[in-house]
Design a protein around this ligand. Structure first.
Ligand code: HQG
Length: 189
């Protein structure tokens, strides 16, 4: 059983393209697990019938808990990209949050702030270590930005808590950002 492939397929459905599987998520991003399993099994990509236990097993073994199961429904905790923006609960953030990114986009970010780009929200991390892991997806020596979340919150910026130390915002203006992990010396043009 290829659990990595199955996990990616489920995340893809819950975050990006439920309609490709004829699924409709509710306003909070949930779908009935039975419907999800039916849709997966219709494609028959794993030479076996996928069950709820398979989904629970992926959640158990994954360091990142990417999905939430409530009653008989499941949703992705974060990472959504489709148009209908998922509603999350607003919450007061820790005083500092972090964002790991890559050197090539640093100037843009410092000029125009953190934008959600292809996703519905900007993703922020509770620890520098987490931010490093996020940034390392694209850069071996990622840039770590510290976000003055306490000030941003006081100024009225809304924060939403996702899970496992992931926080979401609609946009983070540049005046709340500072660079704390610039490792690579920039080339002088
Ligand atoms: C950058 C993964 C240019 C931003 C991760 C980031 C995370 C800008 C990229 C979660 C910009 C978007 C999300 C601007 C932001 N100009 N670039 N103004 N503002 N960016 O993947 O935060 O493993 O959509 O810095 O671990 O990297 O999939 O967001 O580099 O938790 O569960 O635009 O996805 O989780 O990239 O990652 P992404 P992210 P999973």
């Amino acid at each position: 059983m290829n659990y990595i492939k199955l996990g990616r397929e489920i995340s893809c459905i819950l975050r990006h393209n439920p309609e490709e599987y004829n699924l409709k998520l509710d306003d909070n991003g949930f779908i009935g697990i039975d419907l999800l399993l039916d849709a997966l099994n219709k494609r028959n990509r794993y030479n076996k019938v996928i069950t709820l236990d398979n989904i629970k097993y992926i959640l158990d073994i994954s360091e990142k808990k990417r999905w939430e199961i409530v009653d008989n429904k499941i949703r992705a905790y974060y990472g959504h990209s489709f148009n209908n923006k998922i509603k999350f609960e607003e919450k007061e953030p820790p005083i500092i949050l972090y964002h790991g990114t890559y050197n090539d986009v640093l100037d843009n970010i410092l000029n125009e702030g953190l934008k959600p780009m292809q996703r519905q929200y900007v993703h922020l991390s509770e620890t520098i270590e987490m931010a490093k892991q996020v940034g390392k997806r694209r850069d071996n020596h990622p840039v770590i930005l510290a976000i003055d979340s306490s000030k941003a919150f006081d100024d009225g910026i809304k924060f939403y808590y996702s899970t496992n130390g992931v926080w979401l915002v609609d946009y983070m203006p540049p005046n709340y950002l500072s660079v704390i992990g610039r490792r690579r010396v920039r080339k002088i043009k």
